[in-house]
Design a protein around this ligand. Sequence first.
Ligand SMILES: Cc1cc2nc3c(=O)[nH]c(=O)nc-3n(C[C@H](O)[C@H](O)[C@H](O)COP(=O)(O)OP(=O)(O)OC[C@H]3O[C@@H](n4cnc5c(N)ncnc54)[C@H](O)[C@@H]3O)c2cc1C
Length: 447
Amino acid sequence: MRFITEPSKQIPVILEADLCVIGGSCTGVFAAVQAARRGLSCCIVEKQNCFGGVATAGMVNVWHSLYSADGRQQVIGGLTEEMERRLIDRGARVENTASAGLRFNSEHLKIELDRLVQEHRIHPFLHTRYAGVTAENNCVQAVFIENKDGRGAIRARFFIDATGDGDLCRDLRLKSYQYPQLQPPSTVFLLNGTTPRERCDLGKLIAEHGKEFSLIDDWGWFGDVPGLPGISMRADNHVFGVDCSVAEQLTQAEIEGRRQADAFVRLLQKYADPSYELIALAQHIGIRDTRHYHTAFRANAHDLLTGRRYPDAVLNGTYRIDIHHQQDNGITFQYLDGQTVTYYGKTEACIQSNWREEQGLTGPPATYYQLPFSVLVGDFKNLIAAGRMLNADEDAFGALRVMVNLNQLGEAAGVAAAICLDTGRPLQQIDGCAVRALLNKTGSRIV
Ligand SMILES: Cc1cc2nc3c(=O)[nH]c(=O)nc-3n(C[C@H](O)[C@H](O)[C@H](O)COP(=O)(O)OP(=O)(O)OC[C@H]3O[C@@H](n4cnc5c(N)ncnc54)[C@H](O)[C@@H]3O)c2cc1C
């Protein structure tokens, strides 16, 4: 590789804050809101034009159930529940069922997140990319950002990396790992026209004509967008064999994801109904999995599925293990009640088993799981990574990666930042039980 030397230059400090959050999905926004409610001055750096991450720019409009697996107890609250109320109060249609969870229109979430950020006097930086970091003695001092004004620095007393991939952790050379098989990304899009069985059998159509459009019979899901009858949100494609934390592969994935969406619509137009139309493509491909960073606790599937409890729990979860295969067109679900199902393609051929019976487990199954605070504690004194870069084995990650879970980790990170700055203690010395208690005081339901 050839190199060129960039002349050194002085970078203006454009903001000094108590907390700087990098990445403005709900994980990042909820972290900043929790910290702001405890008196911290906060900013959020987001490279897209809106907050919300995959839930808005990625068009994924589903937050899974806030209830225990038996539907009897609400175990997730906090800002996720608050946001649901805010969406309803502003007249947005939200579908909510104890079993399936919340479905909303991502455009309303964009607007409500803007309002939430403004109400809490959080300094927003949109169209602004995190571009570098400076640190000393395991303490982050400042981050560099780039936007229309050029390059600037933000100094803060605490930092939260909510970039999904963990870009700040990468630049600090923190220890990371990847699974041998990354869960593949998908390009979400909106389709004018639903595809109920009576109009077209998708699996059959793709089996018969997919080759003509270079499409395989891939597993996938789709759903409604509340308030938009006749329009479906499609997530039934995958780009296989790419690592979206690598720039060139991310570029290829974006182009291939859009090609698949277009090919799918053209197949429907030709062989099902000419009135089908592509309405909108997500601003970016939806990334499921890239890097993970070591912390004091690594989540594992056994403890998760058997519902182990922790005194310093900061997350309650009920979502099943959900793994999109890299090597074939399959997806495996593992439920708390023991059921394991793998589907291959849209043909709905599936293989079933029961992991509880296989492990000889008897007695009532767990109805929800937890994670302890130490899952957020790494080596740096004033840095937390919150989001899908979390420390978990492959199966546990399959369950934890969904937004109702990551929203809670964001909130816990914001509360922990406030405790660190209030007490003057490094992250490693704060009490996870205190984080839990503060979260519960403000609407979380970590029982
Ligand atoms: C197709 C698909 C369908 C899914 N379906 C569901 C579902 O139905 N329900 C569910 O709960 N979960 C679902 N998931 C999983 C879930 O959406 C993700 O795991 C989750 O959104 C990850 O959250 P995050 O906050 O870690 O990252 P993200 O939501 O990706 O947020 C990261 C944010 O950081 C910003 N960012 C990144 N790098 C930089 C940088 N250098 N500078 C500034 N900003 C930066 C990004 O723009 C983004 O806003 C799905 C995922 C995919 C891909």
